[in-house]
Design a protein around this ligand. Sequence first.
Ligand code: FAD
Length: 420
Amino acid sequence: MVIAGAGPVGMVAALLLARCGVPTVVLEEQPRRIAVGSRSICVQRDSLDILERAGVGAAVAESGVTWTRGRTYYREHQVAEITFPVLGDSAFPPFVNTPQSVVELLLEDRIAAEPLVEVRRGQRVVGVEQDADGVTVSTSDSEVLGSHLVGADGGHSAVRESLGLPFPGTSYSDKFLIADLRADLGLTVPERRFYFDPPWNPGRQVLLHPQPGGVWRIDWQVPHDFDLDAERAGDGLDRRIRAVVGHGDYEIIWLSVYRFHQRRVPAMRVGRVLLAGDAAHVMSPFGARGLNSGICDADNAAWKIALDRAGRAGPGLLASYDTERGAAAEENLRVTGETMRFLVPGTDADRAHRTDVLTRAVTDEHARDQIDSGRLAEPHHYPDSPLTTPVHPGAVPGAEPAAARRALPGRPAGVGHAAA
Ligand SMILES: Cc1cc2nc3c(=O)[nH]c(=O)nc-3n(C[C@H](O)[C@H](O)[C@H](O)COP(=O)(O)OP(=O)(O)OC[C@H]3O[C@@H](n4cnc5c(N)ncnc54)[C@H](O)[C@@H]3O)c2cc1C
């Protein structure tokens, strides 16, 4: 069994397959792990549950910052405050902010202790062939045979390309400057803050997220012609940072400029090849659905591949990976797409809607529900999956007590959800 990519999704898939007794070879292009800018920080509870099965959930939770409060501002007004309920039977908090680099290191340590996983670094996947018996994965200098392949080789996936799959969707022209900074912001409890049109970034927005060790993720929407080198060369960057952190000391840990994309493959499975994580779908990070949904892809793929290898899967089991995770990708793209429409409106009508909602929200609490600064993911429900038993005709969701509703076929059992 082969996995392309030792990013977080590939590593989770390898560990979950090992848990099912399946040995994997993981082919990774990079000769060693490199920090590629500020990426994921917000790990959600259902991902922590999956990571725990991979052997690192508790360590990811312990090394992160737990936050339960979010505040939203429009200009100088606070227009919303939300506290996420701590619900359900899970041992984990609703969200934890742990940098992706830390999650990756924890996964890598766990893999080093797992004899069923072999990571081969410096192996760039360049081609894939398959027949009824298995897959042949070509790298720049070798060929690896396996029963199945998980393509977890990121947004520029070579596996996706080898399958001839397009990656349709949208790319936004707006840019985001993302900084990880160590600074004392004087807050007594860690919280997320979202500023729409603050006086110090007029017409645009700024997002703050706490991270462990007194580090803050600050995410500025910047003009499309923003030039980081020019800001660094003058005092623009310092002025920008000081508007958020004040006059105290700060230390820049990482700075990067991103554009965001909303794209997905038309099929997440072709024969014995399953695409997972960013190889299958990319989305704006507002809502923290990228890595979180990639971890769910890995979880969904692993047990199905294990049963297929053992000859215990029915004919439709592998196909259900695409049905289930394709629907999840669709939902995530719809939700993050709506958020981007609110954050970076592309039409006059969307711009007018945003201004209207934010202006009304200063005095009208009903308007506050329409502010969309990112909706955090809940586990995807699979009511329409071919694996889901039809609901008994008497089991009308609206007529049932809440506890029974949560246990409906296709829903995760016993997990309470937080709404953002
Ligand atoms: C600014 C920002 C903030 C984000 N915040 C969040 C957040 O809070 N929560 C969240 O859930 N998500 C977030 N995301 C998204 C998250 O970072 C990605 O979804 C996640 O990295 C996807 O993991 P992956 O393993 O699928 O891909 P990657 O992390 O891209 O890993 C792919 C791996 O494959 C390797 N590779 C590539 N090509 C080949 C090849 N041809 N052969 C072999 N190996 C190859 C790469 O070297 C890499 O190791 C954020 C993203 C950004 C940019």
